[in-house]
Design a binder for this molecule. Structure first.
Ligand SMILES: Nc1nc2c(ncn2[C@@H]2O[C@H](COP(=O)(O)OP(=O)(O)OP(=O)(O)O)[C@@H](O)[C@H]2O)c(=O)[nH]1
Ligand SMILES: [Mg+2]
Length: 272
């Protein structure tokens, strides 16, 4: 007697319920290839490109892709407003459009599109946050330079020791969030606008009691296009760690006081 095989619908509980947010800034060499590979995955995974008016025309490529495929969407912002706020705009879109599993990944093929189903499987199994991780057994980094490795290790080490974040690779942008995470975390309260958004989100998920797990991935350093991470971003990331650790300090009042003083000094100068 033959055993009934599960249908594809049963094997993919996330079918037609998953969105992958791809923030882009000058990724024209990568975007079309990436979207094609994401759309070739089983389970009708949808894609949202959040482009910050890339000077190289990435936004137009996103529009062309969206025009020919109802599973691809493009969101345009006026200028380079940062990775963290790009994620937030993408989350709002994902929630508004009813997706149950909302993933994020880089456009530069550091994250393999073919690893997305592994993240979705874990989320569908009940994990609230799933991270595609370089730093769990089976994960690895290919082609990175020693300074980049040091920054990544340093940021993770600090996040583990200062904030006690449990996720091993908490600077990874390859993630899947269950809808309820994004519904319940106050995204407007997130302080980071850039790369440190990732550490802050991992921290806030943990603080809110959400479960997390990591799926090993091989992170391949970008071969096309150029890096957008700047020294300022690295500095801001370390500042974010300290700010989160010392959130009891009245940071907002201190910043407001500083601004008031500067405005006061400027008007004194004008009067004087
Ligand atoms: N919308 C938007 N996307 C951004 C911004 N900054 C970076 N990105 C995108 O975010 C993703 C991660 O940026 P990367 O430059 O690859 O950062 P990284 O992986 O740390 O650095 P490299 O791989 O060395 O380039 C890429 O898809 C970028 O195009 C931004 O300000 N706005
Ligand atoms: Mg990259």
């Amino acid at each position: 007697m033959s055993v009934p095989q599960p249908t594809e619908n049963e094997t993919l509980p996330w079918r037609s319920q998953a969105l992958v947010i791809v923030p882009t800034y000058n990724e024209r060499e990568n975007l079309a290839k990436l979207v094609t590979r994401l759309r070739a995955l089983p389970g009708d995974v949808h894609v949202l490109v959040v482009d910050d008016n890339s000077p190289d025309g990435t936004g137009e490529i996103a529009d062309d892709l969206a025009a020919t495929d109802a599973g691809v969407h493009a969101l345009h912002r006026a200028g380079k407003l940062g990775l963290g706020t790009a994620y937030k705009a993408g989350f709002a879109f994902g929630l508004d459009h009813g997706y149950r599993y909302i993933c994020t990944m880089d456009a530069d093929f550091s994250h393999s599109p073919e690893s997305v189903p592994a993240l979705l499987d874990k989320a569908a199994a009940g994990y609230d946050l799933v991270v595609g991780s370089r730093y769990v057994p089976g994960g690895d980094v290919v082609g990175s330079t020693p300074p980049r490795k040091l920054i990544s290790y340093g940021a993770n080490w600090l996040a583990h020791t200062i904030l006690n974040v449990q996720v091993r690779d908490c600077t990874a942008g390859f993630r899947c969030y269950r809808r309820r995470v994004l519904e319940s975390i106050d995204l407007d309260a997130i302080f980071s606008s850039g790369y440190s958004f990732l550490v802050e989100m991992a921290y806030r998920c943990q603080q809110a009691g959400f479960s997390s797990t990591e799926v090993p991935i091989i992170f391949v350093n970008r071969t096309e296009g150029s890096s957008k991470i700047s020294k300022t971003e690295i500095f801001k990331a370390f500042y974010t760690l300290i700010r989160l650790r010392t959130s009891a300090l009245p940071w907002d009042h201190m910043v407001a006081y500083y601004h008031r003083r500067r405005v006061g000094q400027a008007s004194d100068k004008m009067r004087g």
